[in-house]
Design a protein around this ligand. Structure first.
Ligand code: FES
Length: 157
């Protein structure tokens, strides 16, 4: 089950991270990376602390967090399913694969299942165009997919 780790101890560690980076040029990115590692995600409560202590506007921090796909506002599931929507995969029917996954696990792109098991994401080209359409589950890559492959892949997890 994916959890947000908003413990006092983690906030203390975040303070340290901020102290070590404050005043440095480009301090925000390393602070966000460390904060995401500590808390598992970057919810508004965490962004507020960073905003106050780094003296940066919330809007700027929120903008960065939502722009980069490595940051998330909510905790991710144990397994992240990434469906490539790059050109090659798109042409070979990635959209259908996504629709089938949505139906199987009942979540939308960007969402995490209520049991915390799966997060569904659309990704850019992962460099495996020869295997299009491609999906990944954490580090595992599946290629040359047809819709009917989807339930079997999900069942493995
Ligand atoms: S477009 Fe999907 S792997 Fe390149």
């Amino acid at each position: 089950m994916a959890k947000i780790l908003l413990t006092e101890e983690n906030f203390k560690k975040l303070d340290e991270v901020i102290k070590n980076n404050k005043g440095k040029k480009g301090a925000l990115m390393p602070v966000l990376h460390e904060a995401q590692k500590l808390f598992g995600c970057l919810p508004i409560e965490v962004q507020k602390v960073i905003s106050e202590k780094l003296n940066m506007p919330m809007a700027e921090i929120y903008g960065v967090v939502t722009f980069y796909s490595q940051f998330t506002l909510e905790p991710k599931g144990d397994f992240t399913i990434g469906v490539c929507l790059g050109t090659a995969c798109y042409v070979k029917g990635a959209q259908k694969i996504i629709e089938r996954i949505k139906k199987e696990i009942n979540i939308d792109i960007g969402a995490t299942s209520p049991d915390g098991k799966f997060t569904l994401e659309a990704t850019r080209c992962i460099g495996a165009c020869g295997l299009a359409p491609v999906l990944t589950v954490n580090e595992d890559v599946y290629g040359r997919l047809v819709e009917a492959d989807v339930p079997g892949i999900i069942a493995k997890y």
